[in-house]
Design a protein around this ligand. Structure first.
Ligand code: SAM
Length: 309
């Protein structure tokens, strides 16, 4: 395959090189800005999961623009991996799930909150779709969590999302914190990918919510039997980590004796089906006449005539 064949197949790959972007994903943020006007009035921005740095490049070029504006703008880029320096971008090599990273961002902004947080984070893809979707969702929730520590009320959060089967739970989790949550798919994001971006506008956390980095799934000090969190956090923190935990989980098996004070007693269905299509098979099985894999079956007429109905 010639060197130019990827340039032919992927216009954004080619343009990224021609325009000096470190990755083709720069166009995703540029196109999101064209649609939503993301950068208007932004002075402090955070790029979560930033390496190799094409989104930070976009922030640097768009927010700092002319020389005279560059002094007032602060941009922080966070990633587990180191990345090559960029003008006007401070790098934190750290993990977005750690409170120490949130504190470092705040320190860089001298205690002022950010106007915009973007996150293009992605785990290493395994190819097992359910696993990839789950890990991506956890990374998005971690990004949301750290965002609640650093974003100003009214601010904007933009993040990559995989539109898998549990995506509505993620929307509900995001809607706790933002009055507007929109899903967008820029032209530069391939149609074959389940990737999209959530545009969360007007950060307005519930009254009394205290930003909290703990995740009941990971935090061993969290007591599942006695929720020790207070105020709105009692409901919001477990909901963010695991969805709605307020009732029985329909996928779990429970012991028959749910309540120690009451003995289990079988209750028949309230209204059994009147004449279900499987009735004949049930009768055959009751009379031990249902064909088994290793025994020759009787013809149906003979079986029915032998039956004690
Ligand atoms: N937006 C970047 C750009 O335009 O160049 C590309 C981001 S790349 C798709 C995803 C990044 O997420 C990787 O560099 C990875 O190291 C980072 N990442 C994944 N988990 C992370 C975590 N827990 N904390 C910080 N960065 C993380």
């Amino acid at each position: 395959m010639g060197r130019s064949s990827k340039d032919k197949r992927d216009i954004y790959y080619r343009l990224a090189k021609e325009e000096g972007w470190r990755a083709r994903s720069a166009f995703k943020l540029l196109q999101l800005d064209e649609e939503f006007g993301l950068f208007k009035g932004v002075k402090r921005a955070v790029d979560l999961c930033a390496a190799p740095g094409s989104w930070s490049q976009v922030l640097s070029r768009k927010l700092r623009g002319k020389e005279e504006k560059s002094e007032e703008v602060k941009i922080v880029a966070v990633d587990l991996q180191a990345m090559a320096p960029l003008p006007g971008v401070t790098q934190i090599q750290g993990d977005i799930t750690k409170i120490s990273t949130a504190l470092e961002i705040i320190r860089h902004f001298e205690g002022q909150p950010a106007d915009l947080v973007v996150c293009d984070g992605a785990p290493d893809v395994t190819g097992l779709h359910d696993v990839d979707e789950y890990i991506q969702a956890q990374l998005l929730l971690a990004a949301l969590n750290i965002t609640t520590h650093v974003l100003k009320p009214g601010g904007t959060f933009v993040a990559k999302i995989f539109r898998g089967k549990d995506v509505t739970l993620l929307y509900s989790q995001l809607k706790i914190f933002f009055s507007s949550v929109t899903c967008a798919k820029p032209r530069s994001s391939r149609n074959s990918s389940i990737e999209a971006f959530v545009m969360c506008q007007n950060y307005s956390p519930p009254v009394g919510y205290v930003p909290n980095m703990s995740n009941p799934l990971l935090d061993h000090s969290y007591d599942v039997d006695f929720n020790q969190l207070e105020g709105p956090n009692r409901i919001i923190v477990p909901f963010l980590a695991c969805g709605d935990l307020s009732a029985f989980d329909s996928d779990q098996t429970y012991p028959l004796q749910l309540d120690a004070s009451k003995e289990y007693k079988y209750t028949p269905p309230t209204q059994p089906p009147i004449r279900p299509p499987y009735q004949q098979a049930c009768q055959l099985r009751k009379n031990n006449l249902l064909a088994k894999e290793d025994s020759p079956s009787l013809p149906l007429d003979e079986a029915l005539s032998n039956m004690d109905i």
